[in-house]
Design a protein around this ligand. Structure first.
Ligand code: CDP
Length: 224
């Protein structure tokens, strides 16, 4: 099947709180492309496991929801779980603390990756995550790996949580990010890593607008 026809895929990967979602969303709106936040899908699955009273650390129990729950995006591009907008709930500490276990289970990844590939089919798309350039959209025209120092990422997450009304300390953010970085990059199936053909962008000292500009430069340099 010719998945792409004349469509352009932009894959943005990187560790937690590197700013992927914020810049990917802005970039997609500038380009008039569809934006897909794959992290939100892993978070929604995690929320479903917690709501069902299952233990996210138990792979077999967590797998039992595969095919039984519906994870999607509504007309406002908000993540939905069984039709309900859960975009706020998925940012909860409980979800953040458990999502990397869920994301390490191969069968759950296969379930969500197939949804992601269906969403991307035949569309101009900006998709962000951990394995987009290495697995989900391996043939993406543009691949960017966005990174930043871990302390800066923790600082950003702390501010973001505060703005969203989630009470956390800077230390707790730092710990959560370090733990997720470790689990995400050490899992067997589709670990977090830079694709060989991805361009590395370090956002530690850059503003959001500067990161978006750099990304636009990269996209232009690829002829799009
Ligand atoms: O917002 P933040 O950068 O903290 O994370 P996220 O993008 O919302 O993703 C949450 C978690 O989902 C990550 O820590 C990964 O464990 C997992 N994830 C993944 O494994 N693969 C993806 N393509 C996207 C997210």
């Amino acid at each position: 099947m010719d998945r792409k026809k004349n469509c352009v895929s932009i894959a943005i990967d990187g560790p937690s709180a590197s700013g992927k979602s914020t810049v990917a969303k802005l970039l997609a709106s500038k380009l008039n492309y569809l934006y897909v936040d794959t992290g939100a899908m892993y978070r929604a699955y995690t929320l479903a496991v917690i709501k069902a009273g299952l233990d996210p650390k138990n792979e077999e129990a967590s797998n039992s929801l595969i095919g039984k729950i519906e994870i999607s995006f509504n007309e406002n591009n908000k993540i939905t779980l069984n039709g309900e907008d859960v975009s706020k709930e998925i940012r909860d500490n409980d979800v953040a603390n458990n999502v990397s276990y869920i994301a390490s289970y191969k069968n759950i990844r296969l379930f969500l990756v197939s949804l992601q590939q269906k969403i991307a089919d035949n569309k101009n798309i900006v998709m962000d995550g951990r394995d987009i350039g290495t697995y989900v959209l391996k043939d993406a025209e543009v691949k960017i790996f966005l990174n930043a120092d871990v302390e800066e990422r923790a600082r950003r997450r702390f501010i973001e949580n505060k703005e969203n009304g989630f009470e956390t300390s800077y230390e707790a953010c730092l710990e959560n990010i370090k733990k997720r970085d470790y689990i995400d990059s050490h899992r067997d199936f589709c670990p977090l890593r830079q694709a060989e053909d991805a361009i590395l962008l370090d956002s530690t000292k850059l503003s959001i607008d500067e990161v978006v500009e750099k990304m636009e430069e990269i996209i232009r340099s690829k002829g799009f």
